[in-house]
Design a protein around this ligand. Structure first.
Ligand code: URA
Length: 249
């Protein structure tokens, strides 16, 4: 990028109160990690995304501080239609973080992620799969957040500039929580964290990583709610089983 343009971008973000910028991914196509069961599961993993700033995330960064930095955000057009910023919810020391795309109508109304129909399915998936696998896990044990924190109009997919504007906050959330694994729900989360543009069908079921944290990609619960996508449900359950065993065994 032209250095002058880069300088102006950085000044723009600094003026907005954004102190840390993260590049989405170092490589355009990080390969999947073969298996996390290997002795050193991450040895073969692709390099982690790097800080664009040669600055470390602050040692005292916290979810509260990130929420404070977001403020009453007007950084992108999504603020115009929102009722509430949907920051994230759950256990701040969670071993597992789920990342969705962006709030829907119900989430926008309540200010909480995944509380509508897709959210109910996500809760069933988390708690039901855990129970079947002999694990005691409640939704409140994990942390759930989205790539963009404001509802896109008509629930459309967030645009690349909206994702770029909001994802530094997601990266900071993940860096603060430092879960044992991250589960991307759908292609938007996979794109934001891994820089992968393929569909979920191609990406799901394999391990990747963000920074040094293992990442699984699976179907978004909204996709699974559509009646013609029933075969994907079984695959999503398989993905989730892998994640839960890796994190909680
Ligand atoms: N879909 C998402 O991606 N996130 C939510 O919070 C709700 C629905």
């Amino acid at each position: 990028m032209n250095p002058e343009l880069l300088r102006r971008y950085l000044a723009f973000y600094r003026d907005l109160g954004v102190r840390f910028l993260w590049r989405r991914a170092l490589t355009p196509h990080p390969a999947p990690v073969a298996s996390l069961a290997a002795a050193d599961p991450l040895a073969a993993a692709p390099p982690a995304p790097a800080l664009l700033f040669a600055e470390e995330a602050p040692a005292d960064d916290s979810l509260a501080r990130i929420r404070e930095d977001i403020g009453e955000c007007t950084r992108c057009r999504l603020h115009k239609g929102r009722t509430n910023i949907v920051f994230g919810d759950g256990n701040e020391q969670a071993k597992l973080v789920f990342v969705g795309e962006g709030p829907g109508a119900e989430e926008d109304a309540q200010g909480l992620p995944f509380v509508g129909r897709a959210g109910q399915l996500l809760t069933q998936m988390i708690e039901g799969t855990a129970r079947k696998e002999g694990l005691h896990l409640r939704r409140s044990d994990v942390y759930i957040c989205n790539v963009v924190k404001c509802r896109p109009p008509e629930n459309r997919t967030p645009l690349p500039d909206e994702i770029d504007t909001c994802s530094p906050f997601l990266f900071r959330q993940l860096a603060v929580i430092r879960p044992k694994a991250i589960c991307c729900l759908g292609a938007t989360a996979a794109r934001a964290l891994l820089g992968r543009k393929e569909g979920v069908t191609r990406l799901r079921g394999q391990w990747y990583r963000w920074q040094d944290i293992p990442v699984m990609v699976t179907y978004h619960p909204s996709y699974l709610l559509r009646p013609y996508n029933q075969s994907a449900k079984r695959e999503a359950w398989e993905d989730l089983k892998k994640v839960l065993h890796y994190v909680y065994d």
